[in-house]
Design a protein around this ligand. Structure first.
Ligand code: HEC
Ligand code: HEC
Length: 327
C-alpha cells in the first residue's frame, strides 16, 4: 500500500508540474511558444492527471473500501459441517489453493498450501502478484477469527479490511451462511501444513490504475450480511446455487449464458444450447468424463474436474437449472 500511495503522490506532483508548465506556455508572448509549449506540457499534464485519477480510484477501492466489521462468530465445527465443507472446498477452492507441483503449477490436490502466482501464469503479472493463500492452520488463517474468514468469503475483504484482488471477484459471496461456516469448519479441521513461499495479493500501481479505470469489469455488488440457500434438491433453483459454488456462474456469467471478454479473460461461451440437446444422463457423463458428446474433450480452460466431483443429485440439479428458462 505504501509504495502505491507514494507513486500516486508522485503522479499528482507530476500532473501539477506539467499543468504549471502548460499555464506558463499559454501565457507566453510568442504565439509559437504558446502552441508548441502548450501542447508539449498540456498533453502529458492531461495524461498524468488521468493516470493519477484512475490509480487513486483503484487505491481507494482497495485500501479504503469502507468494509463492514467482521461478524462475531464461533463456528461449532460439527462432523456434518466438516463433511459439507470438505465437499465444497474440494469442488472449487482446491483448484487454486491446492499444493503446487514441481513445475510451479497448481495440482488441484491437498494440502491447501496455495502458492502459485496466478497473475504471472495467466500473463497479467504486470498488475502485481496474486498468490492463493495457505488455507491450512499452518498459514495466516491461524491468526484470523472465524468471523474474519467469514468476511473474506462474503465480502472479499482481508483481516486489515482491504479488498482482495481476486477473492473479491469470485462467486463465494453468494454462498449461504451455513455453507460459509461449513467451509470454515473444514479449514480449521485440516492438519497444519507449512507455506512453500510468499502468498497473497500484491496489487501494484498499474493494477490499481486498471482497477480504477474499470478494466477488470464492474465492481462486484455488495453482498448481504445473511444468506440462506434454497432447499437442497433436484430443482432449477437449487441448481443455480450449485452453479454458484461449482463456479459455472463465475466464468459463464451470472445466468450461465456466456460472458464477454475482459482485459484479463477471453470470452466464454453460453453452454445452454449444447446442454439443451442432451439428456440428463448424457450431461452427467460429459461433466464426469470431460468429453463432449461429439467426442471433443473440454479444453484446459474449462475446469470440468470440479463438476466431476459433484454428487449425482447436484449434477441433476445443475442440469435442471441449465435447461430451465433463463432467470
Ligand atoms: C481462482 C482462484 C481462487 C479460488 C477458486 C479460490 N481462491 Fe482464495 N485466494 C485466491 C488468491 C489469488 C488469494 C490471494 C488474495 C487475492 O488476490 O484475492 C486468495 C486468498 C484467500 C484467502 C486469504 C484472504 C486474506 O485475508 O488474505 C482465503 C481465506 C481464501 N482465499 C479462501 C478461499 C476459499 C475458502 C475458497 C473456496 C470457497 C477459495 N479461496 C477459492 C485465489 C482463489
Ligand atoms: C474457469 C472458467 C470456467 C468455469 C469455472 C466453468 N467453465 Fe465451462 N467453459 C469454459 C470455457 C473457456 C469454455 C469454452 C471452451 C472451448 O473453447 O471450447 C467452456 C465450455 C463449457 C461447455 C461447452 C459449451 C459448448 O457449447 O461447447 C459447457 C457445457 C460448460 N462449459 C459447462 C460448465 C459448467 C456446467 C460449469 C460449472 C460446473 C462450468 N462450465 C464451469 C470456462 C469455464
Amino acid at each position: 500500500m505504501i509504495a502505491n500511495l507514494l507513486i500516486l503522490f508522485l503522479m499528482v506532483v507530476l500532473a501539477v508540474l506539467f499543468a504549471w508548465l502548460t499555464y506558463r506556455a499559454v501565457r507566453a508572448r510568442k504565439l509559437w511558444v504558446k502552441i508548441v509549449g502548450g501542447l508539449a506540457a498540456g498533453v502529458p499534464a492531461l495524461l498524468v492527471a488521468v493516470i493519477a485519477f484512475t490509480g487513486g480510484k483503484g487505491i481507494a477501492a482497495t485500501y479504503f473500501p469502507g468494509a463492514a466489521p467482521a461478524p462475531q462468530l464461533t463456528v461449532a465445527g460439527t462432523p456434518e459441517q466438516i463433511a459439507r465443507g470438505e465437499y465444497l472446498v474440494n469442488l472449487s477452492c482446491v483448484g487454486c489453493h491446492g499444493a503446487v507441483g514441481p513445475d510451479g503449477a497448481p495440482t488441484g490436490e491437498l494440502p491447501l498450501t496455495g502458492g502459485f502466482n496466478i497473475s504471472q501464469r495467466e500473463g497479467f503479472g504486470f498488475i502485481g502478484d496474486k498468490i492463493p493463500e495457505n488455507l491450512t492452520p499452518g498459514g495466516k488463517l491461524a491468526g484470523y477469527s472465524d468471523g474474519e474468514i467469514f468476511r473474506v468469503l462474503r465480502h472479499g475483504v482481508n483481516k486489515e479490511g482491504y479488498k482482495l484482488g481476486l477473492m473479491n471477484f469470485l462467486p463465494y459471496k453468494e454462498l449461504s451462511d451455513d455453507d460459509t461456516q461449513a467451509i470454515i469448519a473444514y479449514l480449521r479441521s485440516l492438519p497444519a501444513a507449512a507455506s512453500n513461499g510468499p502468498t497473497g495479493d500484491n496489487l501494484n500501481f498499474i493494477g490499481a490504475a486498471m482497477l480504477g479505470a474499470g478494466m477488470f469489469g464492474p465492481p462486484a455488488a455488495p453482498a448481504p450480511d445473511t444468506i440462506a440457500a434454497p432447499a437442497q434438491g433436484v430443482t432449477a433453483e437449487y441448481g443455480k446455487y450449485v452453479a454458484t459454488y461449482g463456479e459455472c456462474r463465475g466464468c459463464h456469467g451470472p445466468a450461465v449464458t456466456g460472458s464477454p471478454a475482459t482485459s484479463v479473460s477471453p470470452a466464454i461461451p453460453n453452454p445452454r444450447p449444447l446442454v439443451a440437446t442432451l439428456s440428463q444422463a448424457q450431461f452427467a457423463e460429459m461433466m464426469r468424463s470431460g468429453v463432449k458428446p461429439d467426442g471433443v474433450p473440454f479444453p484446459e480452460t474449462m475446469p470440468w474436474e470440479n463438476a466431476a466431483k459433484m454428487t449425482d443429485s447436484d449434477l441433476a440439479a445443475l442440469y435442471a437449472y441449465l435447461t430451465a428458462p433463463v432467470q
